[in-house]
Design a protein around this ligand. Structure first.
Ligand SMILES: [Zn+2]
Length: 433
């Protein structure tokens, strides 16, 4: 029997209390607990949250192990306070069969830093032409429930409709990367006055909003579950708000949405540096969009924060803007960005953080053992967080194999002190165990 006694932790920011983790479950919660033989972790002043769950992670394995592997990515996840990540399907080979999703799932189990739940591709090879074997992936050992061609949009409305219909059989969800392809050919940054001035091809808000509008109507029409990845514009927030009100009234279909940490903090003006560290898809938008995303996340229009952790080796980022890859790291900084933009601004409290970074993403992914309350009998997936700490982000200190963090040199609040996956510490004293 292995036991850990966490003392003085503030669950969801509440009054200090103790938690006893025994054999992978929370065996007791309350002040003044005693347990002989248990390893004691002093959590005075620390906030305890359920282990974080990321619905949108790129682990790059198989195929781009020079950028990230399941092991390196889940180590980064644990350091960021995550106990579960959903690995996106745009690997090489694409995760469009039971064989590939089972391989990724198993690699996650073997590494042991965070549970890896593979996302299945919607279409074969992400080519947008023919539905992948969604049922076989759902029935596999990986029990896939989230399907996405992320990186690419399921642009064909007939395919999107069929996918939404198909996943109903096993309570799956289609997570759409909303990007109208014709409106974004060779797009490089947010379309606006600045893109014109910088001479970079614009990625207009309407290209995202048009797909979201279409997809919520499709989800309503076939009564299915739609999830919108990385919402980035004020207009998208409005459409999701409208759709949610409709869905709630009618019942039988749902729309959920995510925002990424970088879209909650950074704006398109950073592109003026021509530094591709700020190149991401969808692009950084305007300050008004950032404000609308924060408001939408606070009022529940946007359900969750998902990282879109997108590691790239330096040769794919240290080049001209036009040639550089889209994407930025996210796992190791997500909680700090959320504290900075949402908690320290008074928009949400720590219970709200737990809902948006653990409970709701686990619910959308239909995970039974993650995103659970910190209560007796529940799985011992816990993160201990020091909200009073500050740190200056250094790219070289990232645990990810890649270094493409846009926050290098920034001072951010908060530090993950410990992460427990089924009662076993993956991180202690801020370091991997
Ligand atoms: Zn995407």
């Amino acid at each position: 029997m292995s036991s850990t006694l966490i003392t003085g932790a503030r669950i969801l920011g509440g009054e200090p209390t103790d938690l006893l983790l025994t054999d992978g479950v929370i065996a007791a919660v309350g002040p003044g607990l005693e347990a002989s033989g248990a390893e004691v972790v002093d959590a005075s002043g620390l906030i305890a949250l359920p282990g974080l769950v990321d619905l949108h992670t790129h682990l790059r394995e198989p195929g781009r192990e020079d950028a990230e592997t399941v092991e390196s990515g889940t180590r980064a996840a644990a350091l960021g306070g995550f106990t579960a990540v959903h690995a996106m399907a745009n690997t090489d080979p694409v995760a469009d069969t039971a064989g590939v999703v089972e391989q990724v799932w198993r690699l996650g189990r073997e590494a042991g830093y965070a549970d890896v739940f593979p996302v299945g591709a919607v279409t074969v090879g992400l080519a947008g032409e023919q539905l992948a074997e969604l049922g076989a992936m759902a029935d596999s050992a990986a029990r896939v429930r989230v399907f996405s061609d992320d990186g690419k949009c399921v642009a064909d409305p007939v395919l999107m409709r069929r996918a939404l219909e198909y996943v109903k059989a096993f309570d799956g969800v289609i997570a759409q990367h909303a990007q109208e392809p014709r409106l974004t050919e060779d797009a490089q940054m947010n379309e606006g006055e600045l893109s014109g001035r910088l001479g970079l091809r614009g990625w207009p808000a309407v290209a995202e909003e048009a797909i979201i509008a279409r997809d919520v109507l499709l989800a309503q029409h076939v009564k299915s579950r739609l999830h919108v990845c990385h919402v980035s514009t004020a207009g998208s927030v409005e459409i999701v708000r409208w759709a949610k009100a409709r869905a709630e009234q009618e019942g039988g279909w749902t729309v959920t949405a995510e925002a990424c940490p970088h879209h909650l903090l950074l704006t398109d003006e950073l592109a003026a540096s021509y530094d591709p560290i700020y190149k991401v898809n969808p692009p950084l938008r305007t300050a008004a969009d950032v404000a609308a995303l924060r408001e939408g996340l606070a009022d529940g229009t946007i359900d969750i924060v998902a990282t879109d952790h997108a590691p790239h080796p330096h040769e794919d980022k240290d080049c001209e803007w036009q040639a550089a890859a889209f994407g930025m790291l996210g796992l190791e900084t997500a909680l700090s960005i959320v504290q900075h933009t949402m908690v320290d601004t008074g928009l949400i409290d720590w219970a709200g953080v737990a809902e948006r970074l653990s409970t709701a993403p686990a619910r959308i992914g239909r995970l039974g053992d993650h995103g659970r309350p910190l209560a007796v009998g529940e799985p011992a997936n816990v993160v201990l967080y020091d909200a009073s700490a500050t740190r200056v982000i250094e790219a070289g200190e990232m645990s990810s194999l890649s270094r493409n963090t846009p926050y290098a040199g920034m001072e951010l609040p908060g530090r993950v002190v410990a992460t427990f996956l089924r009662g076993k510490a993956t991180v202690l004293d801020g370091k991997l165990t």
